[in-house]
Design a binder for this molecule. Structure first.
Ligand code: HEC
Length: 130
């Protein structure tokens, strides 16, 4: 299924990554997908940021759970906010996240990329909500 169809078919808050980010094979595939989609151009090859917010720190602009990240990447930040998600955190760099709904043909790719993002995150364990 395409990510956008999954977003449309699923109630708010209910999207959950079916992959285990602790599986190094999944994470490696996810990193390739992340690079292939040029996410690194804005977030850096290791997710540490640069032009855009880091994916490695404890601040999540809209929330760090699977549901929010899947929707954010699919819809982009402007469309996400029209769907009832609001800004909670503030990163040093502010700008819109572009939508990926036309660039990702299969939801499993997006979930693997999100799985990889979990592996580069450097926050405290008690902050994990995924
Ligand atoms: C053109 C630059 C750009 C590209 C390319 C891009 N992003 Fe983003 N991304 C952003 C910006 C800007 C934000 C912050 C949005 C905001 O503050 O509303 C963001 C936010 C995020 C967040 C939330 C970060 C946080 O701290 O809350 C994640 C996760 C994310 N992007 C993942 C991705 C992934 C995965 C890809 C590739 C599929 C990608 N991004 C491609 C610019 C980009």
């Amino acid at each position: 299924m395409k990510p956008i169809d999954r977003v449309m078919a699923t109630e708010k808050g209910k999207l959950k990554n079916p992959f285990d980010y602790k599986d190094p094979k999944i994470a490696e595939e996810g990193h390739k997908i992340y690079m292939g989609l040029s996410c690194n151009g804005c977030h850096g090859g290791g997710g540490g940021g640069g032009m855009c917010p880091p994916l490695t720190n404890e601040t999540w602009v809209y929330g760090g759970d699977d549901d929010t990240l899947f929707r954010l990447i699919t819809l982009g930040s402007q469309e996400l906010q029209k769907n009832g998600y609001s800004r909670k955190g503030q990163e040093g760099v502010v700008g819109p996240m572009p939508p990926y709904k036309d660039l990702i043909d299969d939801e499993t790719k997006l979930w693997k990329a999100i799985a990889w993002i979990r592996t580069v995150w450097k926050g405290r364990e008690e902050k994990i909500n995924w």
